[in-house]
Design a protein around this ligand. Structure first.
Ligand SMILES: NC(=O)c1ccc[n+]([C@@H]2O[C@H](COP(=O)([O-])OP(=O)(O)OC[C@H]3O[C@@H](n4cnc5c(N)ncnc54)[C@H](OP(=O)(O)O)[C@@H]3O)[C@@H](O)[C@H]2O)c1
Length: 305
C-alpha cells in the first residue's frame, strides 16, 4: 500500500516507522524533526527499535499530485481541520484514518471529507518525541479503528496494522471506546496540569479529588448519552481513572507537557467539548466548563511567557 502519514510527530512516527517495514510510506513533518529524519533517518527506541529511512516532506506542496491508498492523520486535534483541508486539495486518496485523543475527530472528518472512506481511530500506544528525529515508543497498546461509512477496508486495515506489530481491531462500537478514553483524559489531563504534577498526584490526593472526579465523570456520561453512547457505570470509569493514574504515575500528562512547552493543549477536544454539549442542552454550570476555562487561562499565560 502507498501510505501518507500527515503530522508525523510522536505517535505518527511510530506508525510510520512500523508501516515503512512493509509499505511505501511518505511522512509529513516539519522543522528540525523533518531535517533530522531527511538527513539521518528516524530513530526509534523502546517498544520499536531501530533507524527507519522514511521519505519525508515538510509540506504536501513538495509531494506533488500523488495518489495514496491510505492517509493517516496524526496531528493534534486542533490541527485536524486545517490538515484535512490541505490534504483534500493537494492529493488523491481512497481511505483516510485520523487518530487523535478527543471527542471531535469523527465530526471533523465527516464534515471535511466527502469523497473517500473515512476511518476514525483510538490508540493505546504511547510515544514521546525525545529530540528531533528521535522518538520513544513508550508503550505498545491496542489500536481500535472503524470506518464511519461502513467500508470493508476497516478489517483489512486492522490486519495491515497488526501485521506490522501495531495490534489493531475493529470494535463493535468505536464511539464507546472514544468516549471511554476521553473520560480518563478529561480527568487526568486538566487536574495534573492545574496541580503541575506527574499523573501519580491523582492517586496521592484521591480522597480530596474524588468529588471533582465524580462530577467530571457524571457530566461525561450525560454528554455521551446525548450521542446515544452508553458508557460503563460511573464506578467503572472512576476505577479506570485510578488504574491509569497508578500505572502511568511517573508520566507527565500531555496537557501539562504542552503547558510546560508553551504550546496549545487539546482541552477544546476534551473538557470544553463535553461542556459545550451540555451547554447546548441548557446545562451551563459544569465542572468541565470550569476546567476548560482554567486550562485556557493557563494556556494564554504559558504561550505568552
Ligand atoms: N503521543 C502519544 O503517546 C499519544 C497516544 C495516544 C494518542 N495520542 C494523540 O495523537 C495525536 C497526536 O499526538 P502526538 O503526541 O503524536 O503529537 P505531536 O508529537 O505534536 O505530533 C503531531 C505532529 O503534527 C505536526 N503537524 C501539525 N500540522 C502540521 C502541518 N501542517 N504540516 C506538518 N506537520 C504538522 C506537528 O508539527 P509541529 O510540532 O511543528 O506543530 C507535530 O509534529 C493527539 O491527538 C494525541 O492526543 C498521542
Amino acid at each position: 500500500m502507498k501510505i501518507l502519514v500527515y503530522g508525523m510527530g510522536a505517535i505518527g512516527s511510530v506508525f510510520a516507522a512500523r508501516l515503512s517495514t512493509v509499505h511505501e510510506v511518505v511522512g509529513i513533518c516539519r522543522g528540525e524533526h523533518y531535517k533530522v529524519i531527511k538527513d539521518r533517518g528516524l530513530k526509534l527506541s523502546g517498544e520499536t527499535q531501530g533507524t527507519f529511512i522514511i521519505k519525508v516532506a515538510e509540506s504536501l506542496d513538495d509531494v506533488g499530485e500523488e495518489y495514496f491508498d491510505l492517509v493517516l492523520v496524526t496531528t493534534k486535534s486542533y490541527d485536524l481541520r486545517k490538515s484535512l483541508k490541505k490534504i483534500k486539495e493537494s492529493i488523491s486518496f481512497s481511505h483516510i484514518l485520523a487518530i487523535q485523543n478527543g471527542l471531535n475527530t469523527a465530526e471533523i472528518l465527516t464534515e471535511e471529507i466527502r469523497n473517500a472512506d473515512i476511518l476514525v481511530g483510538v490508540t493505546y500506544n504511547a510515544a514521546t518525541l525525545e529530540a528531533p528525529g528521535i522518538v520513544k515508543h513508550a508503550y505498545k497498546g491496542k489500536t481500535y479503528i472503524a470506518s464511519l461509512r461502513g467500508s470493508e477496508f476497516q478489517m483489512r486495515l486492522a490486519s495491515v496494522l497488526s501485521d506490522v506489530g501495531l495490534p489493531s481491531e475493529v470494535p463493535q462500537d468505536i464511539f464507546k471506546i472514544i468516549w471511554e478514553k476521553a473520560a480518563v483524559n478529561c480527568v487526568i489531563n486538566p487536574l495534573t496540569a492545574i496541580l503541575y504534577e506527574k499523573n501519580k498526584i491523582i492517586v496521592e490526593l484521591w480522597d480530596e479529588l474524588l468529588p471533582i472526579i465524580e462530577s467530571i465523570i457524571d457530566e461525561i456520561i450525560e454528554a455521551a448519552k446525548i450521542f446515544g453512547v452508553n458508557l460503563p457505570q460511573k464506578e467503572c470509569l472512576i476505577e479506570k481513572v485510578k488504574k491509569v493514574s497508578i500505572y502511568t504515575g511517573e508520566n507527565i500528562s500531555s496537557m501539562l507537557q504542552d503547558l510546560q512547552k508553551g504550546k496549545r493543549t487539546e482541552i477544546d477536544a476534551l473538557n470544553c467539548y463535553v461542556a459545550n454539549v451540555l451547554r447546548r442542552k441548557g446545562h451551563n454550570e459544569t465542572v468541565n466548563w470550569l476546567l476548560c476555562t482554567i486550562i485556557k487561562e493557563l494556556e494564554k499565560k504559558s504561550i505568552k511567557s
